[in-house]
Design a protein around this ligand. Sequence first.
Ligand SMILES: *Cc1c(COP(=O)(O)O)cnc(C)c1O
Length: 379
Amino acid sequence: MSTDRIIFSRPFRASSELANLGTVLDSDHSHGDGQFTAAATAKLKTITEAPHALLTTSCTHALEMAGLLLELGPDDEVIVPSFAFTSTATAMALRGATVVFADIDLATGNLDPDAVAAVVTDRTKAVVVIHYGGVGADMAGLLALSRAHGFAIIEDNAHGLGGRWRGRSLGTIGTVGALSFHDTKNVHCGEGGAVLLTDEILMARAEIIREKGTDRARFLRGAVDKYSWQDIGSSYLPSELNAAVLDAQLAEFDIIQANRHRVWDGYAAGLPEWARRNDIRLMTVPDDREHTAHLYYLRLPTEDRRDDLIGHLAERGIVAPFHYVPLDSSPAGLKLGRTPVPCVRSAEFSGTVVRLPLWPGLTDEQVSRVVDAVTEFTV
Ligand SMILES: *Cc1c(COP(=O)(O)O)cnc(C)c1O
């Protein structure tokens, strides 16, 4: 049996990446909005069924675009889960909005609609929801609140490309969806992202915001004969080099996902009995959701035992990290945010969660080694 180190994550290599990169470099067109931007965008629209999609330089920038599109400003509040990535909050704070932290549901790690209801005010302009690990959040609860209070929903769907909630594609249920193609995500191009939109008017503005405030996209389509400064914006358009890699990856999306699910299913088959005996919570997926196998996580009864399991696995050459540190108690969270109701479940989830290695190239033998190492541990 091999005792090689099993790393947590390794970026997927798609077969046509290098050929695509050569095509871009030989074409003398490496800036954005060339053939690979178009091809990758078309594939994204097929996968997500989104009416509109725009590649961006990152998910963080896609979230910044959401903040610009919704015209967030200093008078506005944006509700964000405390258990979240920094970008989820900082993209909103960048527009001067007050970040209001709300707690999560321990079953999924996702924003809890009841916690949102407890902190919503007449200044709440948006709610940002993460589909943690690619498992859809409770969108029924959030959509009902959104209708009652008139706030927009921004989906930080960095984990959830191809995931579904009640048959609907994650990232297309709220007002704006954001995707990440960072090399730790299921599909990557080094650094990259996308905005998903259903509203045509927002899409027209998003094209301008992404291109330095100009209508260059309309010009490229031949709709105007020169382009000019139309609105505020920034430089959120990725280069064709990034799009070339992304297009190669999206062409093999089914292979990536099948292999990630193979690993995920291996953990889900090998761990339940051990989990029951040791009071461990395994990752669960509600029946009305299709997940993306972005993560496989467990939760231990206490933080000390979680840290012990991480150490136990490290001794066996297996890298298993914890995850987000709650934002409400972070230095910027204290300065830029408000926490009207303590986010105790975010702290508990953060303190007890551990993620197992998960990437498409893991062999079944390596998955068995992880299962064996985990189940040797007693709480
Ligand atoms: C990775 C990630 C981001 C940031 O993505 P970038 O593309 O690196 O900007 C934002 N939100 C979540 C939930 C993430 O996992």
